[in-house]
Design a binder for this molecule. Structure first.
Ligand SMILES: NC(=O)C1=CN([C@@H]2O[C@H](COP(=O)(O)OP(=O)(O)OC[C@H]3O[C@@H](n4cnc5c(N)ncnc54)[C@H](O)[C@@H]3O)[C@@H](O)[C@H]2O)C=CC1
Ligand SMILES: O=C([O-])CC(=O)C(=O)O
Length: 274
């Protein structure tokens, strides 16, 4: 639980966004509706200046211009390429960085570079729960010792378009669920950069990218995105099933994702935060 009562005397958290797609637009609208509640949205970095027009939001097309807005926190919601292009520089410039495209951390060299940049500038690399839940319990359970962590992600065939799943399955002709990937969280996140960021988030909170097991399923019987987590260890077992509504703007993305980012942002100024 985060109680979003802010410290009235604290300066508002100055936030800048990278990306105004399905996730970024919801975050922008939520932040604009909450100006004065301890947060201030300064602008967004997009590929085209016209992208923020209907939001009335300043849009810039270079990282230098975004950093010139003097954000405390930069929120990435643009994809793996954008993290590679901008992530280390954001941290080196002394800003906190919240990543939605967590799966890019399957690249060990990039993760090391981001951690080194955060350490050198004394800033934080933040990961939201995204489309998942239960990470608080799992991180606590990890302290006592976890032995097994698995994620099964099911999405309708439409959500697996333009991914390597198309080489394995005839997505248009599926009549029943098919598991088309079984492997490590690292391989899932690397091979499915727009679908399996949750695998990396779960892995980084638990057994790591190589020991956390993942199954990906194309399921013509569902309309949303479902994630099942099974974990066991010294403190007990967790069996969790999420039936997420898909974003109306991107069938690969669960609608809860931008709201999980909002929770993370608001928690940075909350008086009472859990
Ligand atoms: N952590 C999680 O649970 C989840 C993470 N994701 C990640 O979030 C990313 C964004 O998801 P959506 O908003 O649904 O995708 P989207 O495709 O709707 O939007 C991405 C936006 O980023 C923009 N963009 C791409 N490269 C850029 C760059 N270099 N600079 C500025 N803008 C750039 C695109 O033009 C597009 O508007 C996904 O690619 C995925 O990696 C998605 C769902 C859940
Ligand atoms: O939104 C979801 O359900 C999961 C997702 O796309 C991802 O982790 O990349």
């Amino acid at each position: 639980m985060t109680v979003h009562t802010t410290h009235e005397t604290a300066a508002p958290l100055r936030v800048a966004l990278i990306g105004l797609g399905a996730i970024g637009r919801v975050i922008a609208k939520e932040l604009l509706a909450r100006q004065g509640e301890g947060v201030q949205l300064l602008g967004a970095l997009c590929q085209h200046e016209s992208e923020g027009a209907e939001l009335g939001l300043p849009v810039v097309t270079t990282l230098a211009a975004l950093l010139a807005l003097q954000p405390d926190l930069v929120v990435e919601a643009a994809g793996h390429g954008a993290v590679k292009a901008y992530g280390p520089e954001v941290l080196r410039a002394g800003r906190d960085l919240l990543l939605v495209s967590v799966g890019v951390l399957s690249d060990a060299a990039l993760l090391a570079e981001l951690e080194a940049a955060a350490r050198a500038s004394g800033r934080q690399l933040l990961l939201p729960s995204g489309a998942l839940a239960g990470l608080d319990y799992l991180q606590a359970a990890k302290l006592a010792g976890l032995s097994r962590v698995c994620l099964r992600s099911r999405k309708p065939p439409l959500a697996w378009r333009d991914t390597p799943a198309e080489l394995l399955l005839d997505l248009a002709k599926l009549s029943e669920p098919v598991v088309f990937f079984r492997g490590s969280a690292r391989d899932a996140a690397r091979s499915y950069p727009k679908n399996a960021n949750v695998a990396a988030t779960l892995a980084l909170c638990t057994l790591g990218l190589d020991e956390t097991l993942v199954e990906l399923v194309a399921d013509p019987t569902i309309s949303g995105n479902e994630h099942e987590i099974e974990a066991s260890g010294a403190v007990g077992e967790l069996h969790l099933t999420l039936r997420n509504t898909a974003s109306p703007d991107n069938p690969k993305t669960s609608l809860v994702t931008p709201y999980s980012v909002m929770r993370s942002i608001m928690a940075r100024r909350a008086v009472l935060s859990v």
